[in-house]
Design a protein around this ligand. Structure first.
Ligand SMILES: Cc1ncc(COP(=O)(O)O)c(C=O)c1O
Length: 342
């Protein structure tokens, strides 16, 4: 915060965006109905549009991706089954172990490299032999982007082929799928061509106040529809929020490239300073300052009204709709000023 207690720019996450006037108008104007009865025309239109865009049979609107991921995993796994997942993936460490707590599906975490990727061989090695002592390995959970790193279409396809060969279904957590597709310069449908189900956030880089879409084959989405109801995700005149999603698809996809450019600008600025660890991928920058300066830098940025995730040892900085090139440059200047003084 500045001395007046104001933040000038919030780089903690791309979830902090507020609906623009155009999006608010779209929310207000949306025709709506009771979605539990399947009668909300805006929800139905958004579901049809996302299904077509992703090349899948069916799509379902959820309040949040934690719930769409949970419904997807439970649609593939029975109690006592297990799923293979990268050891730092969101479903494993940031979704309250919902799959285990509510569905009895256990994760089997595997190592990832610095880009959040793992190999088809690692998947094959993780699948349990049929044996009375073993859980049944039922599902592979992928993520794209992983902490900003886009996973290539070839890698996703190879992993999905391997999973299928081993008798597993494939779910992909695509909270930032559009960032991945924009960075890879491919249609989103290409990224999802071989996965069974995928969850896509409207409330991150796309700038909507809420919402996630689950896409997949009709049978998986039918199972997920019942699970959504069980999990308390049946909503009524939610077309107002689906309208925000529609508006986001029209206006906020192509501009993601600006977020990636601003993240690159920030990373380049940080690299001018000696002894800083800097990684950048799509809209995320990871900054590792020398340990003795971590607290000082955090306080300095806060005093300048610049909010970041001050995690130790590595801070996270995320670009989005509400921070432009001017704010990105402010952040660079603030970090450079701090290290000029210490
Ligand atoms: C990779 C990833 N997956 C899933 C989620 C969950 O999204 P939600 O906050 O809509 O539940 C997040 C949220 O930050 C995320 O970063």
């Amino acid at each position: 915060m500045t001395s007046e207690g104001q933040s000038r720019a919030d780089f903690r996450s791309d979830t902090v965006t507020r609906a623009t006037p155009g999006m608010r108008q779209a929310i207000a104007d949306a025709p709506v109905g009771d979605d539990v009865y399947g009668e909300d025309p805006t929800v139905n239109a958004l579901q049809d549009r996302i299904a077509e865009l992703t090349g899948k049979e069916s799509a379902l609107f959820f309040p949040a991706a934690t719930q769409s991921n949970l419904a997807a995993v439970l649609s593939h796994c029975q109690r006592g089954d297990e799923y293979i997942i990268g050891r730092n993936y969101h479903i494993l460490i940031n979704e309250v172990s919902g799959t285990a707590a509510l569905g009895g599906a256990a994760p089997w975490p595997i190592e990832v490299d610095e880009n959040g990727s793992f190999t088809p061989e690692a998947v094959r090695a993780a699948v349990k032999e049929p044996d009375q002592h073993h859980p049944v390995t039922r599902l592979l959970c992928l993520e794209n982007t992983v902490n900003g790193s886009a996973q290539s279409v070839n890698l996703i396809n190879d992993l999905a082929d391997t999973a299928r060969d081993c008798g597993l279904a494939v779910h992909l957590d695509g909270a930032r799928l559009f960032n991945a597709a924009v960075a890879l310069e491919v249609p989103v449908a290409d990224v999802l061509a071989k996965v069974d189900t995928a969850s896509i956030c409207l409330s991150k880089g796309l700038g909507a106040p809420m919402g996630a879409m689950l896409v997949g084959d009709s049978a998986s989405i039918t199972r997920s529809f019942r699970l959504r109801k069980m999990l308390g995700g049946g909503m009524r005149q939610i077309g107002h929020m689906a309208a925000a999603g529609m508006y986001a698809l029209d206006n906020n996809v192509d501009r993601l490239v600006e977020d990636h450019q601003n993240a690159a600008l920030i990373a380049d600025g940080f690299r001018q300073v000696e002894d800083l660890g800097v990684r950048q991928a799509t809209n995320m920058v990871w900054l590792t300052p020398p340990a003795e300066h971590h607290d000082g830098l955090t306080a300095h940025l806060a005093a300048d009204g610049l909010l970041v995730c001050p995690w130790k040892p590595t801070m996270r900085i995320v670009t989005h709709l509400d921070v432009g090139t001017e704010q990105a440059q402010m952040l660079v200047d603030s970090v450079q000023n701090f290290f000029n003084q210490v």
